[in-house]
Design a protein around this ligand. Structure first.
Ligand SMILES: [Zn+2]
Length: 148
């Protein structure tokens, strides 16, 4: 894997976590909390190809549980709190963390989908091939499209 692929993925992840456009890094791509806009406000790139389905929910769940769950043994080893109080406190913390993290996870995954294709320069979702694993297929596809 070359440095360019790594740089693009790092850039996509950072821009996604900052809720920014995968192309220009300036425009916001979400509206109504989790709805992806059709086009970027700044550069106008098509964004409606992003389909991350339930991925953001699963990743958010894993992160929230991974961050909240370790507090249980720490709390009960050091204190003797009311279990109901602990349950409500951790549920509240998990809810706030999930609501904050979910749009960032969705944008992060959407930006990875929008990583530019290596061969043709189109968006991966546009040319239909994964840029890393199906590079040769994309080369063939692009040659066919350019020849037509
Ligand atoms: Zn943009």
């Amino acid at each position: 894997m070359s440095d360019e692929i790594e740089r693009n993925k790092k850039q996509a992840v950072i821009r996604g976590f900052m809720l920014k456009c995968p192309s220009c890094g300036v425009g916001k791509t979400l509206h109504k909390y989790l709805k992806v806009k059709d086009n970027c406000d700044h550069c106008g790139i098509d964004l409606h190809h992003a389909s991350v389905d339930d991925g953001p929910a699963y990743f958010t769940l894993m992160v929230v549980v991974g961050l909240i769950l370790p507090f249980l043994p720490i709390i009960y080893a050091n204190y003797d709190p009311n279990p109901l109080l602990v349950a409500f406190a951790l549920m509240g913390a998990a809810t706030v963390l999930a609501l904050w993290l979910l749009p960032r996870t969705k944008e992060l995954l959407s930006n990875l989908v929008f990583e530019y294709c290596w061969s043709c320069g189109d968006l991966v979702g546009v040319c239909g091939f994964d840029s890393v694993f199906e590079r040769d297929a994309c080369d063939d596809f692009c040659e066919v499209v350019k020849a037509a």
